[in-house]
Design a protein around this ligand. Structure first.
Ligand code: DLL
Length: 432
């Protein structure tokens, strides 16, 4: 089997890819202008017509779309087709209030299955793979998104969904699953449960893990790979753009390939809204080039990363994105200093014996922000004596403080104290 799902498109020379993108951009802008009032209004306001798009750079002149725009149009006001053309709805819950709704035509579901099938092939899946889909099925896009791609590729697809961990472990074993798809935090939970049942990685046949839907660090990747004995790949996506399969890592695990013939990426500075060059961190913005149900123009994802344009050894020509550093709305401001939870996670795992179960708790005491990190340790360390534990605590406090520039307090908690997640983990509790 080829190492590509669609070799022609995945290895299209950059100049041809850009031509295709321009052509598709012109089409989609014309479509939303004609059919979706919120877009028409925004463009009219700045005196712009679809015919003004004559080169790819003209994208910069188009207005952004934000989560607030989707909320204002709740539930179906951003659709660009009559409701009768919509065959599927997904939604994600944001931090505040209303759900963000996405509507898909049959065309969109076909695109989604295809980009997911490409993603599965990119991490090494074939028709022979047994794919355990442990993302939740429902309004969340994880389960159904991976499911349809896996079926399209012809894999044996197990729609086990998230939760029911004991049965999950049993089926992974009995069905000989080779691919595990779930959030990275659930992968760790599974690994822990396997261990407490006296099972080892070698009791399973797992080869690839396809993990995403939440931020996770390289350090977390190493932990998961070690515990589950598989290669852990990052998959990225969001409901508004399509779901999982907007981008994925290949075997080189050096940035995730964005399926650019469908999703056109940009990085902007969130303050000035200016476009940023390759390799520079900023907010990721996407324009969907082919979707028909709810195309999005310059959608601000709030996710912080950078784009990589250097060639990849796998031969795919698309731009890649680095690991998500965090979301600009989950950046914490602690005593005036900007802190991303991912910085804390990275620093935590530099110390041997720290388990990947932690929670960040922020409070305000006497008008001062206080940051406490509750973390679990390897079992044997709990009985290693107060002196040793104090040394470990000092080391962690020092490492994290120097990584984030703010003093913190480490609190070792008993094994199993930090709530395990079956979907997206809650890492931060802000009591301020
Ligand atoms: O989480 C889609 C998905 C499902 C992606 C399964 C990958 C696997 P939403 O619920 O709409 O969609 O949440 C989207 O989750 O804006 C990011 O903040 C975050 N996110 C998704 N994938 C990653 C990732 C799905 N690989 C939001 N790394 C996005 C970091 C991620 N954050």
């Amino acid at each position: 089997m080829s190492k590509y799902y669609d070799e022609k498109i995945e290895t299209l020379p950059k100049t041809e890819l850009k031509e295709l993108q321009l052509h598709r951009l012109q089409e989609v802008v014309e479509r939303v202008y004609d059919t979706c009032p919120p877009y028409r209004k925004k463009m009219e306001k700045i005196g712009m017509k679809p015919t003004d798009i004559t080169k790819l750079d003209d994208l910069n002149r188009l207005p952004f779309t934000t989560k607030q725009d989707l909320r204002d149009a709740y539930p179906f006001g951003m659709f660009s087709v009559p409701q009768s053309e919509i065959v599927r709805i997904h939604a994600s819950s944001g931090t505040a209030g209303k759900l963000t709704v996405a509507g898909y035509t049959q065309n969109d579901l076909n695109i989604w299955s295809e980009v997911m099938a490409r993603s599965l092939v990119a991490v090494g899946c074939t028709k022979e793979s047994v794919v355990n889909v442990a993302y939740g099925y429902g309004l969340f896009t994880g389960g159904l998104g991976v499911h349809y791609g896996s079926e399209l590729l012809g894999c044996m697809t197990v729609p086990v969904s998230s939760g029911n961990t004991k049965r999950q472990i049993q089926l992974l074993k009995d069905f000989g699953a080779t691919v595990l798809c779930c959030t990275p935090s659930y992968a760790l939970y599974l690994a822990d449960e396997m261990q407490s049942e006296g099972l080892k990685a070698s009791d399973f046949t797992l080869q690839q893990g396809i993990f995403g839907a939440e931020q996770w660090t390289q350090e977390m990747r190493r932990e998961i790979q070690k515990k589950l004995g598989l290669k852990a790949y990052d998959i990225y996506g969001l409901s508004e753009i399509i779901g999982p399969g907007v981008s994925v890592e290949c075997e080189h695990q050096h940035g995730s390939h964005i399926w650019e013939d469908h999703f056109l990426p940009e990085i902007i500075d969130s303050e000035t809204l200016e476009g940023q060059p390759f390799d520079t961190k900023g907010e990721l913005v996407f324009t969907t080039l082919t979707k028909t149900g709810m195309p999005l123009i310059r959608y601000r994802t709030r996710d912080i990363t950078y784009l990589i344009n250097s060639p990849c050894k796998c031969g795919r020509t698309s731009v890649r994105m680095g690991k998500i550093f965090g979301r600009n709305d989950d950046m914490l401001i602690i005593r005036g200093v900007n802190v991303f939870p991912s910085q804390i996670e990275s620093a935590l795992f530099t110390v041997e014996g720290v388990e990947p179960h932690y929670q960040i708790i922020i409070d305000r005491v006497n008008n001062l922000d206080v940051l406490e990190i509750q973390v679990e340790l390897e079992d044997k360390l709990y009985s290693s004596g107060t002196k040793h534990l104090q040394k470990l605590r000092d080391l962690l406090e020092e490492n994290i403080t120097s990584a984030i520039g703010v003093g913190i307090m480490i609190n070792f908690v008993e094994h199993g104290t930090i709530a395990r997640s079956q979907g997206k983990a809650v890492r931060v509790i802000d009591k301020r």
